[in-house]
Design a protein around this ligand. Structure first.
Ligand SMILES: [Fe+2]
Ligand SMILES: [Fe+2]
Length: 479
């Protein structure tokens, strides 16, 4: 494999200089990308030096170099994980065949669509998080936000590289369109619903990176199984970056919980429902966090699409998009005769039925995703339990507040009961964030820009980042 070359405009380990046409095409896209970054990326802070990590190799655990960088100077590179020698297609009707190094003609449309949808989410999240720098609860958190942002932008590069290299003029047009759609725009919105929601505050950001970036991880894991090897290698490297985004989310929520519990104990408040007294301390009450969690989790579940899906079945059979941890699953990886348990609405009751496994690929991925989310909720609850506060967070039922898939159109409570319109009106008031909640959260959003200082509603992190302590000046504000 080519070593990573940082001497060129576009750092890469794909021997870009040997393909002049591709190099020129990407060099023409580059200023458009920068223009997008400056217009739609982080608002301000573009001339501040930020302590960021940049990928300088692709070997596991050995690729991140930390240093002060101004965001527009960040070296967005094209990085593929090392090729696995003799890799075979692990699933679908081509199972056991050597992987493809070019796009098979018959799957061109399918693969292009997957790249475009994945590629669209990457700049979308940067756009959603555009204003958060101004309300960062600390320089440590501001730095983490910008790290996530530059890496999501690199993920855009990753998809754009594949579009340019393998899809000719079509690919170039799609790469342009990725810079033209905008999160939340009425005329040209981003493709998927959750990526048009606002991320107006830091609780939203931490829940987004906990839940929605985790959906990103699931999708990348499935694409990393792909028989189209360049896609597999691209996604494998993206996953190493994704891990940090989810860490930012999970640890961010943990720190909010720790601070709330600490403030409650300090004021001798044992009832988590004593909202007035708790909010008077400038922290986020636990029921509020639960309601926000209900929202982010349910909106993210909609990203998985319909539980029963012909598209997902086709992508699987084609060998283009596999299942989570495909190679560890002990079945025939073709799913011609298998069934999969599926929760469905039958005459107003939710019952488990058996569906053809090939049709239920998305349902299975949702199960894997929920299992992954359960783990972070267990960790969050440990933080609460350690403080001796009697409150448990829980994921709402998968059918709660859904707009897409087999639960759309049903009113399902967080514990999984189907209710009528009237009851639902009460449930949604109790279980989803109210305007008052959102106003309260926003009232807490003020920037804390002194090194080592943290906003009232969040505890300091256990450790700093990149070998630096928590009170390090991660963003040089005055320079
Ligand atoms: Fe990403
Ligand atoms: Fe991410």
């Amino acid at each position: 494999m080519a070593t990573l070359n940082y001497d060129t405009l576009i750092p890469n380990n794909v021997n870009l200089s040997t393909d002049r046409r591709l190099q020129r095409a990407l060099e023409q896209w580059h200023p458009k990308f920068l223009n997008w970054w400056l217009r739609r990326g982080p608002k301000d802070f573009q001339t501040n030096e930020i302590y960021l990590r940049t990928a300088v190799g692709v070997e596991r655990g050995n690729w991140a170099k930390f240093g002060f960088v101004r965001m527009p100077d960040y070296r967005w590179g094209i990085l593929l994980a090392p090729a696995v020698e003799d890799r075979k297609i692990p699933f679908g009707e081509h199972k056991g065949d050597p992987v493809w190094h070019e796009v098979p003609g018959e799957y061109r449309g399918l693969i292009k669509r997957l790249l475009v949808v994945q590629g669209d989410t990457e700049p979308a999240s940067v756009e959603q998080q555009r204003f958060l720098g101004h309300t960062a609860p600390s320089l440590y958190d501001m730095r983490n936000l910008f790290q996530v942002n530059v890496e999501e932008a690199r993920h855009l590069w990753a998809m754009v590289y594949l579009l340019h290299k393998y899809f000719g003029r079509d690919g170039r047009e799609e790469a342009e369109a990725l810079l033209e759609r905008t999160s939340g725009d009425a005329d040209k919105p981003r493709i998927l619903g959750a990526f048009n929601e606002e991320t107006p505050d830091w609780l939203s950001f931490f829940l987004f990176t906990s839940f929605t970036d985790r959906d990103g991880k699931m999708q990348l894991e499935c694409l990393a199984q792909s028989g189209f090897d360049p896609l597999s290698r691209t996604c494998r490297f993206m996953l190493t970056e994704e891990a940090h985004h989810m860490f930012v989310g999970k640890s961010g929520v943990e720190r909010i919980l720790a601070r709330t519990c600490e403030a409650m104990n300090a004021a001798d408040i044992s009832d988590p429902g004593d909202v007035g007294a708790i909010r008077a301390r400038g922290v986020m009450d636990l029921p509020l966090i639960q309601r926000k969690m209900n929202f982010h989790f349910s909106v993210t579940l909609d990203l998985f699409g319909s539980e029963i899906s012909t598209n997902a079945a086709n992508a699987f059979t084609a060998g283009v998009k596999g299942r989570f941890h495909e190679v560890d699953i002990t079945d025939d990886h073709r799913l011609l005769n298998d069934t999969y348990p599926l929760l469905q609405n039958v005459d107003g009751k939710l019952v488990v039925t058996q569906a053809p496994a090939i049709s239920a690929i998305n349902a299975r991925l949702v199960d894997d995703y929920i299992a992954d989310c359960e783990k972070i909720v267990v960790a969050w609850n440990k933080t609460i339990a350690k403080s001796n506060i009697d409150f448990t967070l829980s994921l709402p039922h998968r059918g709660f507040n859904r707009q897409i898939g087999s639960f759309a159109g049903l009113h399902i409570t967080p514990i999984g009961k189907i209710v009528n319109d009237e009851l639902w009106a009460a449930v949604s008031i109790d279980c989803l964030p109210s305007q008052e909640d959102l106003t309260y959260i926003l009232s807490l959003m003020n920037a804390t820009l002194t090194p080592g200082a943290y906003a009232s509603w969040i505890a300091p992190p256990k450790n700093g980042v990149g070998g630096k302590p928590g009170d390090f000046e991660y963003v040089r504000i005055t320079s």
